[in-house]
Design a protein around this ligand. Structure first.
Ligand code: NJP
Length: 263
C-alpha cells in the first residue's frame, strides 16, 4: 500500500542534497512536496523537474529558517495555499568544521540559528494544527555527530546534540497523540554540505570510502515516512560505534580517539 499518496510534505533545505532527493522521491510516490530554502531559482528548477518527471506540481517558497518572522509568514502562506501539512522534514542545516580555539563564534552562532532554532521555528508552526487534527509526522535530520562528537565539530556536533535533545523531548510530550516524531542520524553523505563544512577537503578525503549517497539516504527517509519509528541511523555500524562509545566513554577515548580524528 502506498501510504504517501496525496500527503503534503514540507521539506526545509530542499534546494540541494538530501532535501532535493526527498522532494523528488515523495513526488514519485504521489505525495505533494513543498520545497523551502533560500535559493529560489534552485527551488524553481527542482519544482519544474519534478513536474516534468512525475506530473506532480510542487509548491516552493523562499525561506531562511533562521528568520523567525519570515518562518511565521511563510508557514501562514503554506497553510493558505495547500491546507494541512502531513509531514514536516526539518532538513535545512550546515556545518563548519574547525578546532574550537580557531573557530569563529559567528559561525557557531549561525549554526545554532539554522540547525537548532530554525528547526524549532518550523516545528512550532505545524504542531498546533497537528495536535488539533491528532495526526502528523515531524522528521528532524540530526546526525551521528549528535550522538558522538569528534574533533573539530564542537559547534556542529553541539547543534546536532541539541536537535536530538529537542526531538526526544517533543516525542515524549506527544506520546499520547497520533503525531510521530523521528530523528535521522546519518554518517557522511556526498552532498554540497562539505563545501562549507570541510573547506580543506581533508575530511572528505579521509572518509571517502564510507560516504553515503544522497539517493540512498533519501530512500530510507521516505521509508521512514511510510513506517514511522523514533530513529533512523545510517549506516547501522556507525550507530553501533556511537552506542559503544557512550557505554564505555573513557576506554573509547583511548582506543578510538585517533580513529575519530579525521577532520
Ligand atoms: O547538505 P546541502 P545536505 N534557511 O548543503 C539549506 C545534515 N547532515 O543535504 O538555503 C533555509 O546539500 C540549503 O539551501 P539554501 C545536515 O546537517 C548532512 O547534506 O538554498 N535553508 C540546502 O538546501 C543538514 O541538516 C550530512 O542554501 C537553508 C540545505 O539546507 C541536512 O543533513 C551528514 C539554510 C543543505 O543542503 C541536509 O544537508 C549528517 C537557511 N538558513 C547530517 N541554510 C552530510 N552531508 O554528510 C542552509 O550527519 N539551508
Amino acid at each position: 500500500m502506498n501510504r504517501l499518496i496525496d500527503k503534503k510534505i514540507v521539506i526545509t533545505g530542499a534546494s540541494s542534497g538530501i532535501g532535493e532527493k526527498i522532494a523528488i522521491k515523495t513526488a514519485e510516490k504521489g505525495a505533494h512536496p513543498v520545497l523551502l530554502a533560500r535559493s529560489e531559482m534552485k527551488l524553481k528548477a527542482i519544482a519544474e523537474k519534478i513536474k516534468t518527471e512525475t506530473s506532480v506540481q510542487p509548491f516552493y517558497f523562499k525561506l531562511d529558517v533562521s528568520d523567525r518572522k519570515e518562518v511565521e509568514r511563510v508557514f501562514v502562506e503554506i497553510y493558505r495555499t495547500i491546507g494541512n501539512i502531513d509531514v514536516l522534514i526539518n532538513n535545512a542545516g550546515f556545518g563548519v568544521f574547525d578546532a574550537f580555539h580557531v573557530a569563529n563564534l559567528d559561525d557557531m552562532e549561525k549554526m545554532f540559528q539554522v540547525n537548532v532554532i530554525g528547526l524549532m521555528n518550523c516545528t512550532k508552526q505545524v504542531i498546533p494544527n497537528m495536535i488539533d487534527r491528532n495526526t502528523g509526522h515531524i522528521v528532524n535530520i540530526a546526525s551521528q555527530a549528535g550522538k558522538l562528537a569528534t574533533p573539530k565539530t564542537s559547534g556542529y556536533a553541539a547543534t546536532k546534540h541539541a536537535v536530538l535533545g529537542f526531538t526526544n523531548s517533543l516525542r515524549l510530550e506527544l506520546t499520547k497523540t497520533n503525531i510521530h516524531v523521528s530523528a535521522v542520524n546519518p554518517g557522511p553523505i556526498e552532498t554540497n554540505f562539505f563545501e562549507s563544512a570541510d573547506q580543506s577537503g581533508t575530511y572528505v578525503n579521509n572518509v571517502k570510502k564510507y560516504m553515503l549517497q544522497s539517493d540512498v539516504v533519501a530512500e530510507k527517509i521516505v521509508h521512514l515516512m511510510e513506517r514511522p519509528k523514533r530513529e533512523l541511523n545510517i549506516p547501522y555500524w556507525m550507530n553501533l560505534g556511537s552506542n559503544l562509545y557512550n557505554m564505555f566513554p573513557r576506554l573509547a577515548d583511548k582506543l578510538a580517539g585517533p580513529f575519530l580524528n579525521k577532520k
